[in-house]
Design a binder for this molecule. Structure first.
Ligand code: COA
Length: 416
């Protein structure tokens, strides 16, 4: 069947992770995504953290599947003309250059809108227009720090901590994809394109909304009852780092299982769900706690929650993390094993669902990458390998009407 975004033409003028993650998602769902890259260089991630000499790095291949690649020097007059022609015929252009870079190239939003008023222009920057940091270049961790993630992640007696999840990069790309799809629907009504801008700071903050909630609560009541600091520790006037505490009304913690002394991931996450307290007491071998006032409410338990977690660890001490989960699920405890990346990479269920897939790139051969985390009932995205640098240059130029000789001249002049 035709994929939902089939027929949508996207100029992918992006690099590194935030922009490419956005356009890759749209490509999975059927959009024709044409990556525009600097001749001879390409997206910097082609060369970053290479595992095999001279081959595109996995950093690149796992963010650029299902795309085509055109090399184009957009600082040359002919390169600009080619880009203009592409813009005239496209539905979407996405970019995540350093602040001002696209303007310096001559492609301001106003100019792009003039060339093709129907085109949707998606843009990622570290900070929003008008921000005092708007001129700063940004990478993942810059955004995690500016968006509230770092100050609220880690332990209270340690420094602000960066998450391994790409909250600044891929998350911003996902926000931008939602914005672009919204603008495409808007265009059906108005016939007009528009600029869709997402800053990495804002996208991180959007995921840290519960911490903003906590800031407001703290200002109202002076404490946060689900944090380990309550009731025995002190609160300042800002949200503290809560270690592995649960972010909602259900306390939880990372607990040791059999083998933790040697395996850094022999842990589970255990949630003390309020409405499941009875079965939880049975699971951890303390049925008497069901009626003991020191245990019956979350507030009563909080002052000795770490003693409770220690008791649960004792109960789990003879179980591996997988055995612990098998045991606890019978009691309705919300829980999960802490899975290592190795376990995830070889997880048969994640492979079967298409969340992790093996694909082929011409020179690299087979490699592992992510598939769509979004599952549709009417289609399953078919993930293909990333393009080689300039793999589709001749094809695209021919479509634009260039003859073989003209294409050869463009190579000679280093336009492509
Ligand atoms: N042809 C000609 N020139 C090209 C080109 C092409 N096809 N593609 C890029 N360039 C040029 C740009 O115009 C720019 O030139 P200029 O500095 O003379 O204006 C130059 O290459 C560098 O561009 P840029 O990608 O912005 O690289 P950078 O190394 O300066 O900064 C980032 C990299 C990621 C820090 C920066 O792009 C940024 O802050 N982006 C916004 C936030 C973001 O998305 N961060 C990455 C998250 S994964």
């Amino acid at each position: 069947m035709a994929l939902p975004l089939e027929g949508i033409k996207i100029i992918d003028f992006t690099g590194v992770q935030a922009g490419p993650a956005c356009t890759q998602l749209l490509a999975w769902f059927g959009a024709d995504v044409l990556k525009v890259e600097r001749p001879g260089v390409g997206d910097v991630t082609r060369q970053q953290l290479r595992d095999i000499p001279d081959l595109d790095a996995l950093y690149f291949t796992m963010l650029n599947s299902n795309k085509r690649s055109l090399t184009l020097n957009t600082k040359t007059p002919e390169g600009k003309r080619i880009l203009e022609n592409l813009i005239r015929d496209a539905d979407v252009l996405v970019e995540n250059f350093a602040p001002g870079a696209l303007d310096r190239m001559g492609f301001t939003w106003e100019r792009i809108h003039e060339i093709n008023p129907k085109l949707i222009f998606g843009s990622v920057k570290g900070f929003s227009e008008g921000s005092p940091y708007a001129d700063i270049k940004a990478y993942e961790n810059v955004a995690q720090c500016a968006g509230g993630a770092a100050s609220t992640t880690g332990f209270w007696d340690g420094p602000p901590t960066i998450s391994g999840a790409a909250l600044g990069d891929s998350n911003t790309g996902m926000h931008l994809a939602i914005g672009i799809l919204t603008a495409l629907i808007g265009r059906q009504k108005t016939g007009q394109g528009q600029k869709v801008a997402v800053s990495m700071q804002d996208a991180v903050l959007n995921l840290c909304r519960v911490k903003l909630r906590d800031q407001e609560r703290l200002e109202h009541v002076g404490y946060l009852e689900e944090y380990p600091q309550y009731p025995n520790g002190k609160f300042s006037d800002t949200v503290p780092r809560g270690g592995n505490a649960g972010g909602g009304g259900q306390p939880g913690w990372v607990l040791k299982c059999k083998g933790w002394e040697t395996d850094p991931n022999a842990y589970i996450y255990f949630t003390v769900q309020e409405q499941n307290w009875g079965p939880t007491c049975d699971a951890i071998g303390h049925p008497e706690w069901k009626k003991d006032p020191a245990y019956t409410t979350a507030r009563a338990r909080q002052s000795h929650i770490f003693d409770i977690f220690a008791e649960i660890e004792k109960k789990l001490a003879d179980k591996t993390k997988f055995e612990a989960i098998e045991y606890l699920r019978k009691f309705g405890v919300p829980c999960a094993p802490v899975l290592s990346m190795k376990e995830i990479a070889y997880d048969p269920a994640l492979r079967a669902s298409g969340t992790i897939v093996e694909v082929v790139q011409e020179e690299r051969g087979k490699y592992l990458t992510v598939g769509s985390p979004i599952k549709f009932s009417a289609f399953k995205p078919d993930i293909t390998g990333a393009p080689l640098l300039g793999e589709h240059t001749d094809q695209v130029l021919a479509t634009l009407g260039y003859s073989g000789d003209q294409i050869a001249k463009l190579y000679q002049d280093k336009v492509v």
